[in-house]
Design a protein around this ligand. Structure first.
Ligand code: FDA
Length: 402
């Protein structure tokens, strides 16, 4: 399918969308299907780059259990209206209409059976039906309020529109075309930006820590990671730079520089009860071999060393010591050196302050005809398909009215 039309830009359209990502394409399709003339501009060389790289190439396009509780925002109520009016079931129906095969991986996360490309093709097909025009490699140099709309100057010419939709996403993965342009437009028209930071991002560790865990990269285990008000029971992965895996990405959204993260390394059992039981059953067994029933030998060795626990036959370990050992392993504290930042983060926390945007239409309350949709807004989902669901829902809300 042709994504790029090389013909000249129209001088005037009803709706101009900046950003041909998940939210921009969805909004263009919804507006075009109402009979509005729509133009989508993107400075990147192709549309939907983040969709293509998402979900390990299979796009986790929504989550069966999406609810407002799965989102962070200064105003936790803001996302409710759009999510209720365009739900996961609406997007699943669209996926099925296009005959895209999908499956639930875990925790309600829906992935394409084949490739993320299926989702980009779905959006392009919807845009084509809606007669929405798309231009890539088009840089925008200025946006100005004009009589009854906006004048947008680009490297391909000037376009005047009635409604301007900003769908430029967040700051994560600048090499994929992410910019702060949406925030600049928001500021230009007097909107505030809730401070941004990288989220759903791996942690880095200091060299000393990495040296101690040099045998572990590639090893994963189920944990409950907790920090501030967040707590997630998922897999954690040791890497050459630090820690990753779903538990880490999730908790990174709660973590601030310098804070400790607490890990329950055996979230499916109570070690303080289980260890005394095992001592009763096999008093001659060594602590390390009993713990190897919970983790791999490599992990047991690492945890015992780091927690300064000496392995010995269980019969030599008192009840109080077993309690302490259980406590150390189920309340393991670690202060990450940092995060990998926007270079690898899946999303950006913060963004255009929702206080100045209508939760029904995504229109700026103080600037008629200016809309913000998707990740550029201060609405950020958990890991698991929630961020795309927000892109679809917020874009659809705007697409119904622009
Ligand atoms: P998005 O970033 O998709 O699109 C913004 C568009 O604006 C881009 O095309 C960009 O080129 C364009 N743009 C930016 N600045 C511009 C400018 N100055 N001029 C013109 N155009 C400009 N979420 C999820 O739910 N499930 C998943 O599986 C994943 N997986 C995943 C993996 C990775 C590696 C990343 C980085 C992210 C994810 N996400 C995810 C998050 C998800 O990709 C993200 O939340 C949505 O793509 C946001 O959609 P938007 O349309 O708002 O922004």
């Amino acid at each position: 399918m042709t994504e790029i039309s090389l013909s000249a830009l129209p001088e005037r359209v009803d709706v101009l969308v900046i950003g041909a990502g998940a939210a921009g394409l969805m909004c263009a399709a919804a507006a075009g299907q109402r009979g509005r003339s729509v133009l989508v501009l993107d400075h990147a060389n192709k549309v939907g780059k983040k969709i293509l790289m998402s979900g390990g190439g299979r796009c986790n396009f929504t989550n069966l259990y999406t609810s407002p509780e799965n989102f962070y925002s200064d105003n936790p109520h803001f996302c409710k209206s759009a999510l209720a009016r365009y739900s996961q079931w609406d997007f699943i129906a669209l996926v099925e209409k296009h005959g895209i095969a999908y499956h639930e991986k875990t925790l309600g996360q829906l992935f394409c059976d084949n490739k993320s490309r299926d989702i980009v093709d779905l959006l392009l097909a919807e845009c084509r039906t809606a007669k929405a025009q798309i231009r890539t490699r088009c840089a925008i140099s200025a946006v100005r309020a004009a009589e009854a709309g906006y004048r947008v100057e680009t490297t391909m010419g000037t376009v005047v529109c009635e409604s301007l939709v900003v769908a430029t996403g967040g700051l994560s993965i600048p090499t994929m075309g992410a910019t702060g342009f949406g925030y600049d437009i928001a500021r230009q028209f007097g909107l505030d930006i809730v401070p941004t930071r990288a989220a759903l991002v791996p942690f880095t560790q200091h060299k000393r820590q990495l040296d101690r865990q040099s045998s572990l990269p590639g090893t994963s285990l189920a944990v409950t990671a907790s920090c501030a008000e967040g707590s997630f029971h998922e897999q954690m992965l040791f890497t050459h730079r630090g820690l990753s895996g779903p538990a880490i990405l999730q908790i990174s959204s709660h973590w601030r520089e310098g804070q400790a993260v607490t890990f329950d390394l055996a979230p499916d059992r109570n070690l303080a009860d289980w260890l005394p039981q095992r001592r009763q059953q096999s008093p001659e067994s060594h602590l390390h071999s009993v713990l190897a029933e919970v983790w791999s030998k490599k992990l047991v060795q690492f945890f015992l060393l780091r927690a300064e626990i000496t392995s010995r036959p269980l019969k030599q370990v008192t009840e109080a010591e077993l309690q302490q050992i259980g406590d150390k392993l189920q309340r393991w504290k670690l202060v990450p050196a940092g995060s990998e930042g926007y270079r690898t983060a899946e999303v950006t926390l913060g963004g255009v302050n929702t206080a100045q945007v209508s939760s029904r239409t995504m229109e700026c309350k103080t600037q008629a005809g200016l809309y913000f949709v998707g990740e550029v807004l201060d609405v950020t989902g958990w890991l698991g398909g929630f961020n795309f669901q927000w892109a679809w829902a917020s874009a659809h809300a705007a697409g119904e009215v622009v």
